[in-house]
Design a protein around this ligand. Sequence first.
Ligand code: SAH
Length: 245
Amino acid sequence: MDHLSIYEDTIRRFAACEEIPAPFRTEEIARRMGVIAEQLLIDNGKFNLTAITDPEEIFYKHILDSVICADVIPAGEDVTLLDVGSGAGFPSLPIAACRPNVRVTAMDATAKKCMHMNDTAATAQISNFAAVSGRAEEFSRTKLYREQFDFVTARAVARLPILAELCLPFVKVGGCFIAMKGKTAPEELEYSIHGLQKLGGKVEDSRKYFVPGDENPRYLLTIRKISPTPAAYPRQYAQMAKKPL
Ligand code: SAH
């Protein structure tokens, strides 16, 4: 096989992959995905962003996985989305690439990861994206962020009871928290029901799916915000971890 750059490799994979929903299969979106993959490898050399460096694995585990999440976000004009603990930009960057009208904010405690995300968005010409650096449990106590988002996503950040306390305070009443979870999702959900209730959330959907190259199931858990989160939440991180809801 001839040697392709990661940029070209990703574009080809994107165009050929049957799991990518049809409306996303445009040249423009494919090019953005190419930049996301390329920039990930470039910046990974500077600041450890991901353990996954094989182009095929980057495609399935980071890009396809995030695009599957983008598919459950509506295309609407005034939709806002926050991705908590976005790291190198997953799922936030592919979601913004697929949904140009959704205003995407990515949040991460590590400033250099936010620099990587903002640089990538600029290079890929994803203009509906901004990364902010700081801790979720501090941002969600501020007026600018509390109950301001239609959707809040998170992948690989914390176990569900802690994750819900980090994420649900950001969701508008009527909006959704979407947790991207691995094979332990069903049990995590079981022992989170009580905590979700306390935070104003109600489980609405659990969608099971697979990505090629991983035999374990993944889940998109949709939790609807049905009432405001009491002012007592979120607590300090140490308390959340010590006494999960
Ligand atoms: N969502 C990405 C990154 C997962 S790693 C992916 O799936 O690839 C978890 C990330 O969450 C790290 O980058 C870490 O800095 C961030 N993080 C953990 N706790 C956080 C908190 N309380 N507030 C903001 N970011 C947090």
